[in-house]
Design a protein around this ligand. Structure first.
Ligand code: UDP
Ligand code: MG
Length: 326
């Protein structure tokens, strides 16, 4: 007889009242055939939702535990919206499974895939990453910007993150234990996941449309997310200014010689207003970009140096504490 595997799902939710029930039903449907081998713990992290998400979660928690005792729901309630990365961290800090899978509630991460992931884990892989092989559910602009982000990120950051992976992956307990020791406040989980390494394999999947509701990530949020990714894993944007600066200093040196010699040969001529203005504005702009980038990093260093917690939990609802005994 095989050992029973405890599978922990980490599910961040932010205003997801339409999708939670569909998600839980789907989990039940997928895993009902495996009740003898897989027990499931679902850790929902309510990331400061302003709709009925929490009520629905607590209701489901009671009902599901009574109906299907192979599924146990834990609810972590944040004091406000801290963002998906913080929610994932909180989830990972509170899981007890042998294998852990962060997953979106909107079924854009198909739960069927977890069965395949577990098989790979049993073959000896410590991390099994789901890799999307289409992006049809995304708009054209999201596809293009995502692809540009990965190219840029991977050129200048180490380690590289494989293109088209998401947070959806299976991790062995020991991988999560390592992640939980990280203390940084700014968290780009995808980057951290690949930073820890371990024996990794990939499986492909097709991203379906959202089961209900709307995407919580707009353009501005994604832009900041991309900045987070790059500044967390690369200092090249900071260092590059030394080279840009040296290059232009060299150019201006050559230009200076050229001008001086010209004055000796042709005498002084006054015209040159347009080129001076052009150069001044160009270098002004360049310097501002440089300062802006230093600001990005300095700001992050400043926040990081305060050592504030990554998230604040209002309450953890764990049904096994009070109801399991009777
Ligand atoms: N989410 C969250 N906090 C946020 C934004 C999103 O916990 O501030 C959750 C959301 O509820 C969902 C997951 O992150 O479970 C993915 O979000 P979404 O589906 O909106 O993103 P997309 O798939 O469009 O990138
Ligand atoms: Mg989604």
């Amino acid at each position: 007889m095989q050992n029973i595997i405890l599978l922990s799902l980490v599910v961040p939710v932010f205003n997801e009242q339409e999708t939670i029930q569909i998600f839980i039903e789907k989990i039940n449907e997928v895993f009902i055939d495996y009740v003898d081998t897989i027990k499931i713990e679902i850790v929902f992290v309510n990331d400061g939702s302003s709709d009925d998400t929490l009520d629905i979660l607590l209701n489901m928690q009671n009902n599901v535990y009574k109906q299907h005792n192979f599924i146990n729901i834990k609810v972590i309630d944040f004091s406000r919206n801290f963002g998906k990365e913080a929610a994932l961290s909180a989830g990972l800090n509170n899981v007890s499974g042998d294998v852990i899978v962060p997953i979106d509630v909107d079924l854009q991460h198909p739960p069927e895939l977890i069965i395949k992931m577990i098989e790979k884990w049993q073959e000896g892989f410590e991390v099994v990453v789901a890799k999307r092989c289409n992006r049809d559910s995304d708009s054209w602009i999201k596809k293009q910007t995502a692809s540009m982000f990965y190219k840029l990120h991977n050129k200048i950051s180490s380690p590289k993150i494989p293109e088209n992976v998401t947070d959806f992956r299976l991790m062995d307990r020991k991988v999560v234990d390592i992640l939980n020791t990280f203390t940084e406040t700014h968290r780009f989980m995808k980057g951290l996941f690949s930073w820890v390494g371990f024996k990794t394999t990939f499986i492909d999947y097709i991203v379906p449309e959202r089961s209900a509701g709307e995407s919580k990530f707009n353009g501005w949020k994604l832009w900041n997310f991309a900045l987070e990714g790059i500044t967390s894993f690369s200092t090249i944007p900071l260092r590059i200014w030394t080279y840009v600066g040296s290059f232009f200093a060299l150019l201006s040196f050559i230009f200076m010689f050229y001008t001086i010699i010209r004055v000796f040969v042709h005498g002084v001529d006054v015209p040159g207003y347009a080129s001076i203005i052009a150069l001044i504005t160009f270098f002004g702009g360049l310097q501002l970009i440089g300062i802006g980038i230093i600001g990005e990093y300095l700001g992050r260093t400043y926040i990081e140096s305060k050592r504030r917690p990554i998230y604040v939990i209002r309450k953890i609802y764990d049904i096994t504490d009070d109801k399991k005994v009777d």
